[in-house]
Design a protein around this ligand. Structure first.
Ligand SMILES: C[S@@+](CC[C@H](N)C(=O)[O-])C[C@H]1O[C@@H](n2cnc3c(N)ncnc32)[C@H](O)[C@@H]1O
Length: 746
């Protein structure tokens, strides 16, 4: 037998912590395997001691699930160990179906079902034997496991092609639906498989089971824990139910609770415990009436029996001792006096074991019963082993008249047997260890494989990311180049824009007039130098503020209507003359042109207000008008003549009255038409020095003929304004009749 190593206090404390905090008792699991699995987790999270790992478990709640996944090895497959499943299919399932009553359910329990391959394998076998419809009506498969994660996978019933490799092609076609690269177990059959979390060590077993499959779970448990589980499995089974264990679960084969159906494939059936019930009273009652024993030669027979080397004792059907040979007297302490006494009064009837039950069985069944290897304690230290055969002694008609008890000393055989068993147990332990290590190895291998696959995928992803990055880099480089050239263009444009802005600003600044640009909300965008000078506010102070709210000498409210008309598009342009007070307090008359600020599509972006100081111009106009009025009303005749044709361009009222022509009549007449005695050529010659600029004025006397053909003497003073536009010849005509009369009268 292998010696158990001393418990590691820290490790035990960790198991205790897991049990206390999560209610999961791993203490019944084989220490070596458990330790290896937990160490794997410790390596994964980077801690070195069990104490540190316990702290990690406390701090990181997600770790418990990882631990569970590592400790509970979920290695499984469909029809795992194919040969065993063949026997189940060919030997057990047909018997199961034959023994079951047609209207009774067939109940199966898959203990430690992992990710479901095992219960679904059973489902397929039973569906094949019963037909799908019958299967769905009658079969209930309970599939339980401790690992909730594994159960989730099991419930999904979705497997990869490599998972279903062991499923025969026919079954695969019949019981699986193929969806893109997955196989899903048939829905109707799946409904008969009930998954649930169940701890076989702690939770109450499911009962009345016809087929109990508990494979590759017990190997992870300590022998003591197996001793707790096996009676539960025994209880769960129906009297003629079958137990199907894993290939490596050999030790269990020796359990007295189960008897072998197929040793190699670990198929057992339940040993009924009923005959162990204590039996009271003697035999008889229901047994047939006593008839005479056949005649024999007693002396010879007795001698033979005394020398046969076996202790023999016979009890008749009334329960009385009828025969004891010499070895029996020595061995069992039964004497001559005991012949004829009720067997049940002798100590041998209950020591080394209760013999009345088996004897009753022999009377009833007419068959021998063997009680192997019973301990018989002669004294405190003297123990021997007996194998007791209870054999029927029959009459010619087959009825049993007595039972012969043969006591065989098997002490030596027993000790040999013990040694053999110990050796066998060691071997079996080693096999179990090997199997569980194997499964661990398989898991580790699978984990490694999937890590490898993940790594490969990551690598591929990295490669493609790299390629993408390279492409991106390439694109970035060409974008960069493009951006550089765009940048260059932008820089040139910005430079142009800045020049343009400077140019515009200087144009605006140098404009002899104000320009104010407003946006759509009438906030000031531009305010040139003229505006600064006129209204006493600098551009920095007003740009961005509302034009309407400006506090300046300009009565802005007078422009509101005009601005609104242009903004609303009712007018394209509005001109207003508004009087205001400039920053020096001087009255200023502004001609303001309001027009829209239009974008390229002629959409209005705001307003442009052009200001022109027309104060002086207006004053000049006024003055001109004033002069005109005075000249118009003057008594002298004033003619404005075209210097080329001498046509009357304009005449004052005095001239019109004196000449007796209306303004319209004069407009089609020339100076020569009203001058009497001067021909046109003479006049031109007379005026030549004036027109050449040699003289600034020419004064001469002549006669003027009025509309009534009356002539009167005049002095004409002529001036030529060559710089006027158009150039004009002005004649101021003064009637000198009175002066001449005065001279003539002197
Ligand atoms: C190696 S697998 C065997 C799966 C399947 N029976 C087979 O042979 O293919 C062992 C399973 O037993 C489960 N298990 C371990 N301890 C258990 C317990 N105390 N109660 C129920 N299931 C347990 C594990 O979670 C795991 O899924």
């Amino acid at each position: 037998m292998t010696e158990k190593p001393l418990p590691d206090i820290e490790f035990e404390a960790l198991l205790h912590y897991i049990q206390e905090s999560r209610g999961l008792d791993f203490r019944g699991y084989k220490r070596a395997s458990l330790r290896r699995r937990i160490t794997l987790r410790m390596e994964a999270v980077g801690v070195e001691t069990f104490v540190a790992y316990q702290e990690h478990l406390e701090a990181a709640p997600g770790e418990f699930e990882n631990l569970l996944n590592t400790v509970l090895i979920n290695v499984t497959s469909f029809f795992r160990d194919g040969e065993a499943w063949d026997v189940l299919k060919n030997e057990v399932v047909p018997r199961l179906v034959a023994n079951s009553e047609p209207d009774k359910p067939i109940r199966v329990w898959s203990v430690g079902c992992a990710s479901g391959e095992e219960p679904y394998s059973i489902a397929m076998l039973l569906a094949e034997a019963l037909g799908t419809a019958d299967f769905c009506n009658r079969v209930k498969i309970y599939a339980t496991d401790l690992d909730e994660e594994a159960l989730k996978v099991a419930r999904l019933a979705t497997y990869l092609p490599r998972d279903v490799e062991a499923v025969p092609a026919k079954m695969l076609e019949r019981y699986f639906e193929r969806t893109n690269n997955h196989y899903v177990f048939e829905r109707e059959l799946r409904k008969c498989v009930i998954f649930g979390r169940h701890n076989v060590v702690r939770d109450a077993p499911i009962s009345r089971i016809d087929l109990l499959v508990c494979r590759n779970l017990l190997i992870y448990l300590e022998v003591e824990t197996q001793g707790i589980v096996l009676p539960r499995l025994h209880y769960a089974l129906n009297p003629d139910g079958y137990l199907f264990l894993g290939k490596a679960e050999t030790q269990l084969a020796r359990s007295p609770l189960f008897k072998v159906v197929e040793m190699k494939q670990r198929i057992f059936t339940k040993v009924s415990q009923e005959w162990r019930r204590p039996i009271g009273g003697g035999f008889g009652g229901s047994r047939p009436p006593r008839t005479e024993a056949p005649q024999s030669s007693p002396a010879m027979l007795e001698a033979v029996l005394n020398e046969c080397g076996q202790a023999l004792l016979a009890v008749d059907e009334a329960g009385s001792v009828i025969f004891v040979n010499n070895p029996a007297r020595h061995l069992l302490g039964v004497g001559e006096d005991d012949i004829g006494r009720p067997f049940q009064d002798l100590p041998i009837s209950y020591r080394p074991m209760e013999l009345r039950g088996p004897m009753e069985e022999v009377f009833r069944s007419h068959r021998s019963v063997r009680l192997e290897d019973q301990e018989y304690r002669l004294t405190q230290n003297d123990v021997m082993r007996l194998t007791i055969d209870a054999r029927p002694l029959s009459r010619a008609d087959g009825s049993v008249y007595a039972v012969l008890l043969c006591f065989l000393d098997t002490t030596r055989m027993h000790s040999l047997q013990m040694e053999l068993e110990a050796a066998q147990e060691t071997l079996e332990n080693a096999v179990e260890e090997l199997q569980s290590a194997n499964e661990e190895l398989e898991t580790t291998n699978e984990e490694l494989q999937s890590t490898n696959e993940e790594l490969e995928t990551t690598n591929e992803e990295l490669q493609s990311t790299n390629e993408e990055l390279e492409t991106l880099n390439e694109e970035a480089r060409s974008s960069n180049e493009e951006m550089e050239s765009v940048n260059e263009e932008l820089r040139v444009q910005a430079e142009q824009a800045s020049n343009y802005r400077i140019y515009l600003e200087s144009v605006l600044r140098s404009m002899n007039g104000g320009i104010i640009v407003l946006d759509r909300k009438l906030a000031i965008q531009s305010w040139n130098r003229w505006s600064e000078n006129a209204w006493g506010l600098r551009a920095e102070e007003v740009v961005g503020t509302s034009f309407e709210e400006l506090d300046i000498g300009l009565p802005i409210h007078l422009l509101r209507d005009a601005m609104n008309a242009v903004r609303a598009g009712r007018e394209e342009k509005v001109e207003r003359i508004v009087e205001g007070i400039d920053r020096r307090g001087r009255r200023i008359l502004c001609n303001i042109v309001i027009s829209g600020l239009l974008d390229e599509d002629r959409g209005s972006q705001g307003l442009v207000l052009l200001f022109q100081d027309v104060t002086d111009e207006h004053r000049r106009d006024e003055y001109g008008r004033y002069l005109g009025r005075i000249m118009g009303h003057a008594l002298n005749e004033i003619y404005f003549l075209d210097p080329t044709t001498l046509t009357f361009m304009l005449t004052n009222e005095g001239a019109q009255k004196k000449l007796g022509y209306s303004e319209q009549q004069l407009a089609v007449m020339t100076l020569t038409d009203v001058l009497a005695g001067i021909r046109a050529g003479d006049i031109k010659a007379l005026l030549a020095p004036l027109m050449n600029g040699d003289k600034s004025e020419i004064v001469f006397e002549t006669l003027v003929r009025d509309a009534a053909n009356r002539e009167y003497p005049v002095e004409i003073c002529m001036q030529y304004f060559a710089d006027e536009h158009p150039p004009i010849l002005v004649a101021i005509v003064h009637d000198i009749s009175e002066r001449q009369q005065l001279i003539a009268g002197r």
